[in-house]
Design a protein around this ligand. Structure first.
Ligand SMILES: *Cc1c(COP(=O)(O)O)cnc(C)c1O
Length: 386
């Protein structure tokens, strides 16, 4: 199968909600079943063996997980109430005294949470840049960690780490390799096929794509691995499952995921090309640009598109960066990413100094609007700067 066939496969799978039809009604859309509990018969056997109580079992959650597993090439997937709930379950598998290497300069919420968690749990935490896979692999060999955590592409620096190379090193020391691939989605990159053990997404972002559902997902390469068995027990015990209503919305959102990604990647590429070399732009990070330090790796890992996120530095100060945001007339000034509507962020306002974000950094999450409108608006806002 060439890439085109695989892409059509995913678009078909998503559009048909994993091939679901409702035998009860003939509906082409799955029904919404919000029940938190399920009936047992006279012998006290469950009417449906898989349905006992909503903290574990729910038809919409199962269907959404099955669609995600198919898109991801995973053995199993588990949905959580948010991306952070998914990460919390994953990191909770680490015991006191174990060692975790986390990529530095990633989503600040993960960074802040994991630092506190490791201090509290007495897990040894090392943060290191992973965009140089040789240096990073050396560190992994030297430190012999229990888990390695990457974010690819990273946020807000949009750096690309070589998952294949790092996964081999992680395997050689027996570490679990987990990858947050939120900025790629399973449409653009499949970390499991590159050697990752666990893939995580904030499904709040492009997987749902409409800025109206909070959700997180973990998918695994091997459902009988220790880490997966732990994560499953943890979601059940700690009650971090996604709600039935949110799962139903997510299934609806995912139907257009491959289509949205096509448009978002094309728009982001055009905007990146417009910004590169613009007189008011000091630097830009988008993996699709040949000038991006991780371009060659991204071209290998994300052959269908380079994603919908890009960051750039405004030539000037914090005030200039905020002025740029102020002069945008339609792109919303709001945190988050991956929705059909483009969003602009002055990251330093949001995260402060947690990961060393410069005060003139702007991050764009590019949506599905007409690209000429987006570029026109960005161009006007840049020309308003002195
Ligand atoms: C948003 C985000 C998260 C956290 O997900 P929530 O759904 O907001 O809990 C984790 N990683 C990345 C890369 C994100 O963008």
């Amino acid at each position: 199968m060439d890439d085109q066939d695989k892409k059509q496969g995913k678009a078909t799978l998503a559009a048909r909600a994993g091939g679901y039809t409702d035998a009860g009604s003939g509906g082409v859309v799955p029904p919404m079943q919000p029940s938190t509990t399920f009936i047992r018969d006279e012998n006290y056997d469950p009417l449906f063996a898989d349905n006992i109580y909503g903290r574990d079992q729910n038809d919409q959650v199962r269907l959404a997980e099955s669609i995600l597993s198919q898109l991801e090439g995973a053995e199993e997937s588990l949905l959580f109430a948010s991306g952070m709930a998914a990460l919390s379950s994953l990191f909770s598998s680490l015991k006191r005294g174990q060692k975790l290497i986390v990529q530095s300069g990633i989503y600040w919420g993960t960074t802040a949470w994991v630092r506190e968690f490791c201090t509290h749990r007495e897990v040894l935490l090392i943060e290191a840049d992973s965009s140089d896979e040789v240096a990073f692999s050396e560190l992994v060999k030297q430190e012999n960690p229990d888990m390695v955590f990457l974010e690819v592409p990273s946020n807000p620096w949009i750096l690309t780490s070589d998952i294949e190379v790092i996964s081999q090193t992680a395997k050689s020391v027996g570490a679990v390799l987990a990858v947050d691939a939120t900025a790629a989605t399973p449409i653009l990159m499949q970390p499991i096929s590159l050697g990752a053990d666990i893939v995580m997404h904030s499904a709040t972002k492009a997987i749902n794509g409409h800025s109206d559902v909070l959700a997180g997902v973990l998918s695994c390469a091997n459902a009988s691995s220790d880490v997966w068995i732990y994560v499953k027990r943890e979601r059940h015990g700690a009650g971090a499952i996604l709600s039935a209503q949110s799962a139903w919305m997510l299934i609806r959102g995912m139907r257009t995921l491959p289509l949205r990604m096509e448009r978002m990647c094309a728009n982001a590429m055009a905007i990146a090309q417009f910004l590169e070399g613009h007189e008011k732009v000091e630097a830009i990070w988008y993996p699709g640009l040949a000038s991006h330090q991780g371009h060659a790796i991204a071209a290998r890992q994300m052959p269908r598109g380079y994603g919908y996120l890009l960051s750039f530095l405004i030539k000037g100060t914090r005030k200039d960066a905020l002025d740029f945001c102020r002069h945008l007339t339609g792109i919303h000034r709001a945190t988050s990413l991956g929705g059909v509507e483009s969003l602009v962020e002055h990251r330093h306002t949001i995260e402060g100094d947690v990961t060393g974000c410069p005060e003139n950094l702007i991050r764009l999450s590019v949506g599905i609007e007409n690209v000429a409108d987006l570029i026109g608006e960005i161009s006007t806002a840049l020309s308003c700067l002195e």
